[in-house]
Design a protein around this ligand. Structure first.
Ligand code: SF4
Ligand code: FES
Length: 257
């Protein structure tokens, strides 16, 4: 048990019944919150309180509660995943707040991520982008080469691994003034573009993923870098530069063909 003082807080929470509802901020009080509890545990306490009062609990996404699944996406005091760097909402602790604080809690705001209910948004657009190219073809004819036997330059392996740590949370989109998905898509493109196994569909992959990204209504990248700052996994905007090179190269090769 922490010796730190328990917190009494005012919560301003976005409530929206469904996609058509206009939505509004509602105000709730929570008291005696341990500074050692996680932000989502504080939300659980709020919901227990609301259920006891006969009020509909606040809908929010969560699953792993350890920074892996990317589902606990919410805006806290105007920041994706709240204060703190390189953490998801489920990794945020209440010790980051002070007794008497007012905390504003909202869903991601982006045209391509419509609100389904309260803090839950529809991120199907990311799934569609992945389906357009986020995979590799493997020869399963019986003479498949063992992946461990393919030499990969250490620096490429490290960069691919870093890109692969993207959890698809959407904080990059939510933080971007253009609601651009370039950081997410570039991480997925880079992860495969850097490895020999990713070369089979490399040209088609980048073109198809960018095409679906545009069709789904994400904005353009204007290099503000807000995505990199708010990304809980520290995905670098160098991946965006790599994706642009991959895209240009794939487009030129198509014209040559
Ligand atoms: S790039 Fe970062 S912020 Fe964007 S979806 Fe991946 S993990 Fe989330
Ligand atoms: S609940 Fe899985 S990353 Fe937060």
């Amino acid at each position: 048990m922490s010796a730190s003082k328990a917190l009494n807080l005012t919560l301003k929470v976005w409530r929206q019944k469904n996609q058509e509802d206009k939505g509004k901020m509602d105000t709730y009080q929570v008291s005696d919150i341990s500074p050692d509890s996680s932000f989502l545990e504080m939300m659980d306490i709020l919901n227990e309180q609301l259920i006891e009062e006969g009020t509909e609990p606040v809908a929010f996404d969560h699953d792993c509660r350890e920074g892996i699944c990317g589902s606990c996406s919410m805006y806290i005091n105007g920041e994706a995943h709240g204060p703190g760097r390189s953490i998801t909402t489920c990794q945020l602790h209440m010790r980051e707040f002070k007794d008497g604080d007012t905390i504003f809690i909202e869903p991601w705001r982006a045209k391509a991520f419509p609100v389904i209910k309260d803090l839950v948004v529809d991120r199907t657009a990311f799934d569609k982008i992945m389906a357009a190219g986020g995979f590799v073809s493997v020869n399963t004819s019986g003479n498949t080469q063992d992946a461990n036997a393919i030499p990969i330059e250490k620096s490429h392996a490290d960069q691919a691994f870093d890109a692969a740590s993207c959890i698809g949370c959407g904080a990059c989109v939510a933080s971007c003034k253009n609601a651009s998905a370039m950081l997410f898509v570039s991480a997925k493109v880079s992860q495969l573009a850097l490895l020999p196994q990713g070369q089979v569909e490399a040209k088609e992959r980048v073109k198809n993923m960018v095409k679906v990204m545009d069709e789904e209504g994400f904005g353009n990248c204007s290099n503000t870098g807000a995505c990199e700052v708010e990304c809980p996994k520290g995905i670098s905007i160098e991946n965006i530069a790599r994706m642009n090179r991959e895209y240009l190269s794939a487009s030129l090769k198509t014209e040559d063909a």
